[in-house]
Write a protein that binds this ligand. Structure first.
Ligand SMILES: Cc1ncc(COP(=O)(O)O)c(C=O)c1O
Length: 416
């Protein structure tokens, strides 16, 4: 089911979205639980069934209901902050299901993670290793660690979401990795189990992953010859979704994922393997439903101003990301216009200089592929409260899984 048009009307998991809108104030996020279940099944076939652990990268969407779904679907979780650790535990994950990445972990993050008995830290620098050593020692514990390497591999994606190149802030340079691995006694309270890498996001083909797998295999072989025997390899996330087709089914990703899973298992068969997908599980599982507040012409240029904005979806302004615009009733002609939000920034837009469905004041539209890096990147800019999140669940009930923030809640942390 997921998202589909039936007789020109947009449906989510068998429920008409125009019907949902009748009892919910816009803007709101709408998710398909069916999409998430089927996506997890695709990952199970491509990876888990081959013995490769799948940890959902929580940053893509940290709604606790969705996290709880991922947990029930047999996934573990990858976090990047103390706050993400808190929500992961709240959603029902146990410490042994949690790996902790991120370039700037604080002392309190590290302490909280050690107290929670997390499975492993994916460490991004020597200074972080020293911090973990010091804190683990003070707590009379040993911390499990994978070193996040910077393999200088081009993921051929948008420069703002490329992470595996020398010029990126992520990971440890290979000569430094070598030094760390040859001097384990410097870190008596750390158990370095293996290597981690995440080369970027929104990667649409298998080739960069194959390159990473080859790189890992060659480097691990070199280490073995030097008497260093590691056991764990985490290949990160970054599997892309089709933003031009928000009605994409999860099964459309099966082929590429199978290829990666197969090659990883073949080339790194001696290691315990991990991946950390985020976007592919939730990207096309969500839409933003928004209302057209009005239309205006600035000389030649036509704008539709809607009630959602960059506060709900910042990807177009941050990465010039493409998001499709879907009418709830697809009976329109097309028109060249920009769809923009009400936020006081010129970069507050959903689509620019594109042919889009012809709309009118009061009409509702969906912004496609808004399940990943949308709600989790929301802000209160312009004092706009966080919007509601709804899901059509496995019983085909429409459920509110985060209610709209009130003005009172939004301002309650201020002190006068
Ligand atoms: C370390 C790490 N793992 C996994 C991910 C998930 O990436 P994606 O959502 O593209 O799969 C990210 C994204 O930034 C990341 O930084």
């Amino acid at each position: 089911m997921s998202f589909e048009y039936r007789n020109n009307v947009l449906f989510c998991d068998g429920i008409s979205i125009p019907e949902i809108v009748k009892s919910h104030e816009t803007p709101f996020f709408l998710y398909s639980e069916d999409f998430i279940r089927r996506g997890a099944d695709v990952l199970k076939k491509a990876f888990i069934d081959k013995g490769i652990n799948v940890s959902y990268a929580l940053k893509a969407n940290s709604n606790i209901y969705l996290l709880n779904c991922m947990n029930k679907l047999g996934l573990d979780v990858d976090i990047v902050s103390g706050g993400e650790l808190f929500v992961a535990l709240k959603a029902g994950f146990t410490g042994d299901q949690i790996s902790f990445a991120g370039t700037g972990k604080t002392e309190s993050d590290i302490k909280y993670a050690l107290e929670s008995n997390i499975a492993q830290f994916n460490v991004e620098s020597s200074f972080e290793l020293q911090m973990i050593q010091k804190i683990a020692k003070s707590m009379h514990l040993t911390a499990n660690v994978l070193l996040r390497i910077n393999p200088n591999i081009d993921a051929k994606t948008h420069p703002h979401i490329s992470t595996g190149l020398k010029e990126n802030k992520f990971g440890i340079a290979m000569d430094e990795v070598d030094t760390i691995l040859h001097h384990p006694k410097r870190y008596p309270n750390i158990n370095i189990m293996g290597l981690h890498s995440h080369i970027g996001s929104q990667i649409l083909n298998s080739e960069p992953f194959m390159t990473l797998i080859d790189f890992m295999r060659n480097y691990l072989e070199k280490l073995k010859n030097e008497g260093i025997h590691l056991t764990h390899v985490d290949l990160g996330g970054g599997f892309g979704v089709d933003y031009t087709n928000p009605l994409q089914t999860p099964e459309e990703n099966q082929f590429v994922l199978e290829k990666i899973g197969h090659y990883a298992k073949e080339q790194l068969s001696d290691y315990k393997l991990f991946i950390q997908p985020g976007r592919i599980l939730v990207g096309n599982a969500g839409l933003i439903i928004t209302k057209v507040l009005g239309e205006k012409l600035n000389s030649e240029k036509r704008f539709y101003i809607v009630d959602a904005g960059m506060t709900e979806l910042i990807r177009p302004s941050l990465y010039s990301a493409y998001h499709a615009v879907l009418p709830l009733n697809d009976t329109h002609g097309k028109i060249n216009a920009d769809i923009v939000g009400p936020v006081c920034e010129s970069t507050d837009f959903f689509s620019k200089n594109r042919e889009i469905p012809k709309l009118h004041q009061g009409e509702l539209v969906a912004i496609g592929s808004s399940g990943a890096y949308a709600s989790s990147m929301s802000s209160n800019y312009n004092s706009r409260p966080f919007v509601a999140e709804l899901i059509v669940d496995s019983k085909q009930d429409v459920k509110t899984i985060r209610r709209r923030q009130t003005y009172e809640e939004m301002s309650q942390l201020y002190i006068i």
